[in-house]
Design a protein around this ligand. Structure first.
Ligand SMILES: [Zn+2]
Length: 225
């Protein structure tokens, strides 16, 4: 038994007692406990504390006065083990978030059929984005859009720049039977590029166009579909 091994196992006893170790770590600790009377004795002392440690915020017990220096040391060892475990969980969560961010970037780029891959799941088909030409009625406004045909309606992914900052704009979708349906509203962002996803209950085959209307009822952007 290497002394290093004993030290690292001893540091994990707190997390072990709290049941927070991975299956592999737990197996390692159990194997070490079989051959190490010191660690078995430590565990026997830590176990009653573990229940209480599990109920309190470990960050709040840093310099709590303790009955004996030895006991304090054991609590700190248990906390250190627990902290290390939490760091590992945080790191794992960060990796998952990073993977999700990469997946999101892949989905945003370009039009056409795209395949997304769920983390830890089978590949799923992502609806294609249909590019749409948007006409601007104002020289100061530029915009483009993409449509996504959903089973529940149509999603308009609108990118625009130059719409008056702080002003409200309504988006309306025209249908082939002459109706006009709302696709929601947004606030202009001036010189900053605005990316806004607008949803309507009009199914894609029924939609013949959409327009963005300002507070005075003027259509500032129009698109024929
Ligand atoms: Zn040991």
């Amino acid at each position: 038994m290497k002394p290093d091994d004993h030290r690292s196992m001893r540091e994990m006893l707190g997390a072990f007692a709290l049941g927070h170790l991975s299956a592999a770590q737990e197996t390692g600790v159990r194997a070490h406990l079989d051959g190490c009377a010191d660690c078995r004795r430590d565990l026997a002392e830590i176990s009653p504390l573990a229940h209480e440690l599990g109920l309190v915020d470990v960050n709040r017990i840093s310099a709590t006065p303790t009955p004996s220096p030895d006991l304090g040391h054991r609590i700190q060892a248990a906390i250190a083990g627990e902290r290390r475990h939490r760091d590992q969980v945080t790191r794992r969560r960060r990796v998952v978030l990073a993977a999700a961010a990469v997946a999101a970037l892949l989905l945003v780029g370009g039009a056409g059929i795209e395949m997304g891959k769920q983390i830890d799941g089978p590949p799923v088909a992502v609806a294609p984005i249909e590019p749409v030409a948007v006409q601007s009625r104002l020289d100061s406004v530029q915009a483009s859009a993409g449509l996504v045909a959903h089973t529940w309606g149509t999603e308009i992914k609108l990118e625009a720049v130059g719409l008056r900052s702080g002003s409200s704009y309504a988006v309306e979708v025209m249908t082939d039977d002459g109706r006009t349906r709302s696709a929601g509203a947004f606030v202009g962002t001036g010189g900053q590029v605005m990316n806004c996803n607008l949803n309507t209950d009009v199914l894609r085959p029924d939609a013949t166009g959409f327009r963005v209307v300002d507070e005075r009822g003027r259509a500032v952007l129009t698109a024929d579909l």
